[in-house]
Design a protein around this ligand. Structure first.
Ligand code: IPM
Ligand code: MN
Length: 352
């Protein structure tokens, strides 16, 4: 298969993990006889520094001309504590999502047995957890009307029926592929937007008679994720709730450095780790590259390259089994660098 892939490495640890991820994709291409062609483009803080725009038109064009975007991370501390900053790196990420029409963010939460003791949750509660969070990505408070002056500020949690229907459809369809259990997370006891979500989900239920649907308030869901993560199969929720719940869910798996995601919709799909740019670690060759590598597996699987995706997953599992892991996972054992982990995984794949 020929694939044109846009590489948006971004900021902080982004360039280091991106390099490792691309090397893994190249190894897969060589091993399975594919041709992947890469085009790099700037985004985030580095793009603000270079051209004053965190998602410049040239970068949009590179993404639009590609089959997939392999994204790493954006963000820089110099913007975080400055509420007056006019442009922010994160706006680049939001612009990319909106301009590429990526309304569905798919975040699988998988717990690796090897890492059960790394989780803050007791192993017996966690064991066997395997669920997927479908987060709406181009609506809600992130994009609704905003206002701010010195005394008043608001963000509008605006959703329309077509926006809700299309993301719920993704949720129902994932449930059909999995254990047929969909949890719609909302705050329908308080929010009008949530009541419309719930109404539409109830209207859609008869179209998927095999799917068991339950409705859960977001505050309760936040608790259930900790108390009984094995309860969940597919969660579908709006943008802000999904942002918060997936960060929570990521730590129960033992390390945020492990979780990949796919953002899909009408334009070029984006594959990216869910962790951020970890500026303090930039250039130190210590960041965990596994989320980036697993985002590569999601990219391959998106294009139907199942065996290739499975091979990457197997290599990641093998690296953990062999203890070839970065400091966040090593505990008292020896820690390996970002590049060492990446090279170990690439050579495992090459020799499969
Ligand atoms: C995420 C991130 C982004 C979000 C930030 C960086 C804008 O936290 O992808 O979850 O809030 O969507
Ligand atoms: Mn987030």
């Amino acid at each position: 298969m020929n694939l044109a892939i846009a590489i948006l490495a971004g900021d902080g640890i982004g360039p280091e993990i991106s390099k490792v991820g691309v090397n893994v994709l190249n190894t897969v291409a060589k091993r399975f006889g594919h041709e992947f062609v890469y085009t790099e483009a700037i985004c985030g803080a580095s793009a603000i520094d270079a051209v004053g725009n965190p998602f410049p038109p040239q970068t949009l064009a590179v993404c639009q001309n590609a089959d997939a975007v392999f994204f790493s991370a954006v963000g820089h501390p110099k913007f975080d504590n400055d509420p007056t900053a006019k442009v922010r790196p994160e706006q680049g990420l939001l612009a990319m999502r909106k301009q590429l029409g990526l309304f569905a963010n798919v975040r699988p939460i998988e717990c690796f047995d090897k890492l059960l003791d790394k989780s803050p949750i007791k192993a017996e509660i966690l064991k066997g957890s395997d669920f997927i969070c479908i987060r709406e990505l181009t609506g809600g408070m992130y994009f609704g009307e905003k206002y701010q002056d010195d005394n008043t500020a608001y963000d509008t949690n605006y959703y329309t029926r077509p926006e809700i229907e299309r993301i719920l459809k993704v949720g129902f369809e994932y449930a059909m592929q999995r254990k047929k259990h969909l949890t719609v997370v909302d705050k329908a006891n308080v929010l009008a937007s949530s009541r419309l979500w719930r109404q539409i989900a109830q209207e859609m239920e008869p179209m998927y008679p095999e799917v068991t649907v339950d409705y859960m308030y977001v505050d309760n869901a936040a608790m259930r994720l900790i108390l009984s993560p094995t309860f969940f199969d597919v969660i579908v929720t709006e943008n802000t709730f999904g942002d918060i719940l997936t960060d929570e869910a990521s730590v129960i798996s033992g390390s945020m450095g492990l979780l990949p995601s796919a953002s899909v919709g009408t334009g070029t799909p984006v594959f990216e780790p869910i962790h951020g740019s970890w500026p303090e670690a930039a250039g130190k060759n210590i960041a965990n590259p596994l989320a980036q590598i697993l985002s590569g597996a999601m990219l391959l699987e998106h294009f139907g390259l199942k065996e290739e995706g499975a091979t990457v997953r197997k290599a990641v599992q093998a690296s953990m089994d062999a203890g070839i892991v970065t400091a966040d996972l090593a505990g008292d054992a020896q820690a390996y660098s970002t590049t060492q982990v990446g090279e170990w995984i690439a050579s495992y794949i090459a020799n499969q």
